[in-house]
Design a protein around this ligand. Structure first.
Ligand SMILES: [Zn+2]
Length: 66
């Protein structure tokens, strides 16, 4: 399984979309927990980093490589 790379301000897709119908999340805080904000409704959630890595599907837009 390939390692997932992600960083602050990246736009990511999760395995499950948000109930609002959007599946684009921006990483707004990195640490032991990751805070992501839904780009559709601006709702934000805090997820333990390990869980985030499991639930994240892919990086759509990498802030560092833009
Ligand atoms: Zn949403």
């Amino acid at each position: 399984m390939e390692a997932k790379k992600f960083g602050l301000n990246d736009i990511v897709e999760m395995k499950k979309q948000h109930p609002c119908g959007t599946n684009k999340w921006k990483i707004i805080r990195m640490g032991a927990d990751v805070r992501i904000k839904c780009e559709g409704c601006q709702h934000s959630v805090m997820i333990p980093r390990r869980e985030f890595e499991k639930k994240m599907k892919r990086v759509l837009i990498s802030a560092n490589e833009a």
